[in-house]
Design a protein around this ligand. Sequence first.
Ligand code: PAF
Length: 287
Amino acid sequence: MPELQRISTVVAMQAQSETWRREGLCIGLVPTMGFLHEGHLSLVDYSLAHSDRTVVSIFVNPLQFGPREDLAIYPRDMERDLDLLNQRGVDAVFHPETVEFYPPNFSTFVEVQELTAGLCGVFRPGHFRGVTTVVAKLFAAVRPHLAVFGQKDYQQSAIIRQLVRDLNLDLSVEVAPTIRETDGLAMSSRNINLSDDERRRAPALYRALVMGKERIEEGRRDATAIIADMRATIERDLTTDIDYISIVDPDTLAEVAEITGPVVIALAVRLAKVRLIDNIAASPPQR
Ligand code: PAF
């Protein structure tokens, strides 16, 4: 297996991609902020299976963190990440320094409207603008044919699809399923910052999502009532601020009051040091 290449400048990344493209190779990109877990590795596996060369980007993007958010304690372990990716057979890791990506005179931002207005957009102003700006830059540096994102960040994936459509970017966006711990907690780099007690209780989120899904599959249509039951399930186990529990249209992300077709149930909660998000798809029974 060839050695994992480490690339830290945009110019070197573009040159490598150009070489691969001239050879007719299909390039897959998995954008990450590092501190990799099985969820990331499942995205990597998807890329390895669907492209000839896989690039994983590791960049903790300051632009997507608000002033009171967890940038300073966001977990990092580059050596371990490189090891995991090397073992997996990844071709290159692209890890620019912050000043490489955002030099002092940086002044261009990419913003998707509408889809960014609800859900996490309400509670993390500027977050998605930071995500779409960095993802556009990653696309320009790596020039992938396909890019793989995780379903756990459902709103993010929808926004990135919109970005690619609106800017006519020549690549396909693939979304791979959420990977969970055995007790149902969605894998996330942030889980490491949960206290032992929070970690034990955090699966209440998934239990609430499954309960909501079951209610919908039984034919219950009233979103407000389902959300109230889910809220009660979470509050029984966890002392938390619930940012939102929402039942939304899978494409427009608009809130649904009466459930008559497929929906996504999405939630976000704040614990002491960590904000967790998760979601599940649900469809009412056919009549
Ligand atoms: O999902 C993430 O880890 C980040 O939002 C992403 C897509 C790597 C952009 O920084």
